[in-house]
Design a protein around this ligand. Structure first.
Ligand SMILES: [Zn+2]
Length: 399
């Protein structure tokens, strides 16, 4: 299976280069909006990348000074957004022509070169070089673990401008060994099911895991410091506790932002139009999660929600009942199917990681809800079922 990570890296950009980047972002957004407008002309919305390429490429090259790969990336962005609008229409939902305003710019290996200390980026007027601004002296940063790791390969990046900073969100991936070949397959073509938990903060139906180690470690440190401050009982200790709390909260949020970006990236990589979570209301009772975890799950859901929206992806919650006890292969539901992290179906013998099995069930439940409901949302479900023989009939009709 493949593991993907996104590493945010701040760039040191002087004012001349910043002007060039701003210009490039403007032209990129113009190109994406031009292509989108073109797609919406005529009787049907054009979603084919090839057609859009043939019909708009020359115009955009004439009108802008963008690198040809930026022209293509803008066209892809437009095509994907148009496709998700059409997808929503098919589900009977309202959606209007996309219009891009967020200062984001997509880079690939033709438009960006990643060096050890700096990146070289294509602009509307040649290339600029920008040094990375990295946290000092910390060994366990995502930069060290993924971006500068030999095991990870850099696949591209997205340039963002926010709060006065140029940030490069660098996409990295690695192949990891998997004991079942099934984990590598993408059974849910249109829905990404996400299971949230303590040991693994998030696991998707595509078989990607985000461990809770980092979060759990910080939480424990925080609890320790808080209780030692609480024992002091003084006014000073109380105020200090609040400061510690705010600092930790900022760190948690940063991690959750990163994970939410990666979850949305996963949905985009697999062409999913929906991300399904379990309903979070009683998650503490079900999973034994702490208040801190519930807080984290709610933030994660919120962040994924607004980030997914930018890409026309819906985020939904489904009924969580039995998602950890049900066999995602045959539908047999029994508490003894699960033993800690191991799921092994007592009926059909299907064996896999318990959280992965749950993530698949969450995706399947979303589909079933939309098939049997009165909303006429059949297209989504039909597409999953036609994706392969992995969804037995009993799953679709069973209680
Ligand atoms: Zn089974």
């Amino acid at each position: 299976m493949e593991k993907r990570r996104t590493v945010p890296v701040k760039l040191d950009v002087d004012s001349d280069d910043a002007a060039l980047l701003e210009d490039t972002v403007d032209e990129f957004l113009w190109a994406a909006n031009y292509t989108t407008r073109y797609a919406f002309e005529g009787e049907y919305v054009t979603t084919s990348k090839t057609t859009l390429h043939d019909d708009t490429y020359e115009d955009v090259r004439d009108e802008t000074a963008l690198h040809s790969n930026h022209v293509q990336a803008a066209r892809n962005k437009a095509a994907e957004a148009c496709k998700s609008v059409v997808e929503k229409w098919k589900q009977g939902k309202k959606a209007s022509m996309p219009y891009f305003t967020s200062p984001h710019l997509v880079y690939d290996h033709r438009t960006a070169t990643f060096h050890d200390k700096y990146v070289s980026l294509a602009t509307t007027d040649g290339r600029i070089e920008a040094e990375y601004v990295l946290p000092e002296g910390e060994r366990d940063t995502p930069h060290a673990k993924y971006f500068f790791s030999d095991e990870y390969e850099t696949t591209g990046a997205e340039l963002h401008y926010s709060n006065g900073n140029w940030m490069l969100h660098i996409h990295c991936k690695t192949e990891v060994e998997s004991d079942t070949s099934e984990q590598a397959t993408t059974e849910n073509r249109t829905v990404l099911g996400v299971d949230l938990g303590v040991n693994n903060l998030a696991v998707t139906s595509t078989g990607t895991f985000w461990t809770g180690d980092e979060f759990n470690h910080w939480r424990q440190e925080y609890e320790k410091r808080r209780s030692s401050l609480q024992q002091c009982g003084t006014r000073w200790a109380h105020e200090n506790m609040q400061v510690v709390g705010q600092k930790e909260e900022g760190r948690f949020k940063e991690t959750l932002h990163r994970i939410s970006n990666e979850l949305v990236g996963e949905a985009r990589d697999y062409g999913c139009s929906v991300i399904a979570f379990e309903d979070l209301t009683d998650i503490r009772e079900r999973t034994g999660a702490s208040w801190g975890h519930k807080w984290a799950f709610n933030r994660l859901y919120e962040y994924v929600g607004y980030k997914a929206e930018e890409h026309g992806i819906d985020v939904e919650q489904v009924d969580p009942e039995n998602t950890s006890r049900r066999c995602s292969h045959c539908g047999f539901t029994h508490p003894n199917n699960r033993d800690g992290e191991v799921f092994e179906c007592l009926k059909c013998g299907y064996k896999n990681h318990a959280d992965y099995n749950a993530a698949k069930n969450i995706g399947l439940r979303y589909l079933r809800r939309n098939q049997t409901g009165s909303g006429g949302g059949a297209p989504v479900g039909v597409r999953l079922n036609s994706a392969g023989p992995k969804v037995p009939h009993t799953m679709r009709t069973g209680a």
